[in-house]
Design a protein around this ligand. Sequence first.
Ligand SMILES: [Zn+2]
Length: 340
Amino acid sequence: MAELPSYPFERLDHGVAKEVAPGIFWVRMPLPFALNHVNLWLLRDGDGWTVIDTGYNDDETRAHWETVFEATLGGRPITRLIVTHFHPDHLALAGWFVERFGCALWMTYSEWMQAHLNRLGGATADIDARLKFYAAHGIADEGALGYREKRPDFARIILPLPDAVHRMNDGDAIAIGGRAWRVITGAGHSPEHAALWCEELNVLISGDQVLPRITTNVSLQCVEPDGDPLRLYLDSLGKFRAVAPDALVLPSHDRPFHGLHDRLDALADHHAERLEAAYDACAEPRTGVELIPALFHRALDAHQMGFAIGEALSHAQYLVGEGRLAKRRDADGLIRYRHA
Ligand SMILES: [Zn+2]
């Protein structure tokens, strides 16, 4: 039985930087969502600083950053911005940092490309295509997802978006503050998410790939309708087994924690249970939306419905990949999963 993660630090106020390991400072910023905060990291790096992730693009976050700059930087500039993945809570202020400090932006190439594709209103940002995709999976009422009303407009949030990137690759060793940090890429939540592991400090910056309490959203995307993002995600989790079990883990949400390997076990168990629940539910042919009650035992608001349908489909697609479920578009135009 996996043990619950232990948290060595109390919750942090916004606008404060707390040193959680030598030269590594934790900054917590507000988010205007049900998930109401994001963690960012400030690393002492020679004559300057490396920042990891930016927070959301709003006045409140920028004001908190100003407070942190004043209190923590000691007059030294931010020389490098590393962004774990393209989601706005991690990337949205990249242009602001780059303009203000003239720092370099480091990302994996896929994440940087995905950001630009969204920013330019490409296929990954096409709301009509997304709603059509969900309709085929059983969401008849597009209002149920609240996309048109609530979904933030990527083009306006991530502004400006730096037009040059320093590419990070899986396995790269990046020197920060004279220590080597190993890049661990992962997929399933986003195309090429970058986590960073410093063996010398025994610290893992896990981004959204490993979170201590909530599970990372893993959704089938409309631009990849036959994809298997859950398999990509679970394969990625396996890469974290190489990190020391007693590492301090710095996740993007919740608090720093100990208990990485137990958490990896718990996440694997969680998805294994949900896969069985999804399989059982498909004794009768089911649309994606009909699978949601098998996986989520609580009422969901419109924002959560978007995540829930994506999650339900990622589990169904995994079972298709295993040859346990078959997927077919029926005469009524709806896509259903059934036992193979
Ligand atoms: Zn994310």
